[in-house]
Design a protein. Structure first.
Length: 331
């Protein structure tokens, strides 16, 4: 009887966790999968050192595969316990003998993966119904798992495309501002910022739906979403608070882009990303002045940055969690 209760609990845990993770858009990861993902990320982060970031490059695929295998293993173990709770639940065809634990695990695996029932069959009555339910749960889990993997891979591509778009504007925040200057204002950034805002909103929703995305680490900074978001927001900070109002892109475009960044930052709780303990280095307005671009005074810019302290510390925490340095660069 104990094995029946434990097995049922494992089955319910697996099904709830899988449905929670794959179908609940705002729910984040399930209780099992989210904790397992964080443990794996922590372990791979410990294996990472300066100049040796390849373990983090494996984090996303490893987390995805291990979580899926964890679901399969728990469901398999749960149903094996259920079918072991009654010695007469299943028997060998012909002889009618009751199989041992290995035989019951074999029967359960055959059933879960919808391969049939092999040379072991369930007894008539309730155990036949249990076999049908087990087969359905296995088919459901495999279907959800495959769909989830494909969706995550598509979202990874979206994030890399966003990072590439930001890299095309400049290597860092000041570089973006310098390239966008046309001699009078930054009007040429309007379309680019609108496009990036749309991409970033899509990424935010994908990170809410698929928290495992936070564990995908790009070795190339040009395809790293974390670095790209930080570079973009620092550029927006310069454009919004570091240059005269007469030169800025339209206010609606700037504020829309900044709101998109904030929405993305709000998804970081799913990856346990916390604001850094220190304030990151501010953008260098002197670099713009040297190139002949108009800027506000350092004192006025510093006052504006004070109001953005928590936002910028969150950006720094995100960048450092991704094993990168500040100021963020895409080069």
């Amino acid at each position: 009887m104990l094995s029946l209760f434990i097995g049922t609990a494992l089955i319910l845990l697996t099904v709830v966790d899988a449905l929670w993770t794959t179908l609940w858009v705002n729910g984040g990861g399930g209780p099992f999968s989210s904790r397992l993902a964080k443990v794996l990320w922590w372990a791979l982060r410990k294996c990472t050192s300066e100049g040796r970031s390849w373990p983090l490059g494996l984090a996303g695929p490893v987390v995805l595969v291990v979580v899926f295998l964890g679901w399969v293993g728990l469901l398999w173990a749960g149903w094996t316990l259920v079918f072991s709770s009654d010695p007469a639940a299943v028997s060998y065809v012909g002889s009618g003998e009751s199989p041992d634990w290995t035989g019951r695990a074999y029967f359960t695996g055959f059933t879960l993966f919808t391969l049939g029932i092999g040379n072991i069959v369930p007894q008539r009555g309730g155990w036949e119904i249990a076999t049908v339910v087990a087969s359905g749960s296995g088919m459901l889990l495999i279907t959800l798992g495959i769909s989830y993997v494909l969706s995550v891979l598509g979202a990874v591509v979206t994030g890399r495309a966003f990072a590439g778009s930001v890299a095309g504007l400049g290597d860092d925040a000041e570089g973006i501002v310098l390239r966008a200057w046309d001699g009078e204002r930054y009007a040429g950034l309007t379309l680019a910022l609108s496009t990036l805002s749309s991409q970033l909103e899509t990424m935010s929703q994908q990170h809410l739906a698929y928290p495992v995305l936070h564990f995908y680490h790009a070795r190339d900074a040009n395809t790293a979403p974390a670095a790209a978001v930080a570079v973009l927001d620092e550029a927006l900070t310069v454009l919004r608070f570091g240059v005269p109002a007469s030169c800025r892109p339209p206010e609606s475009v700037l504020e829309g882009a900044r709101a998109s960044v904030q929405n993305y930052l709000s998804t970081l709780k799913g990856a346990s990303v916390e604001p850094a303990d220190r304030i990151p280095r501010p953008p260098a307005l002197d670099r713009l002045r040297t190139a002949g671009l108009p800027t506000v005074s350092d004192a006025a810019f510093a006052r504006s940055l004070e109001a953005l302290e928590r936002r910028r510390r969150t950006l720094l925490g995100m960048v450092e969690t991704d094993a990168r340095t500040w100021p963020p660069e895409q080069s």
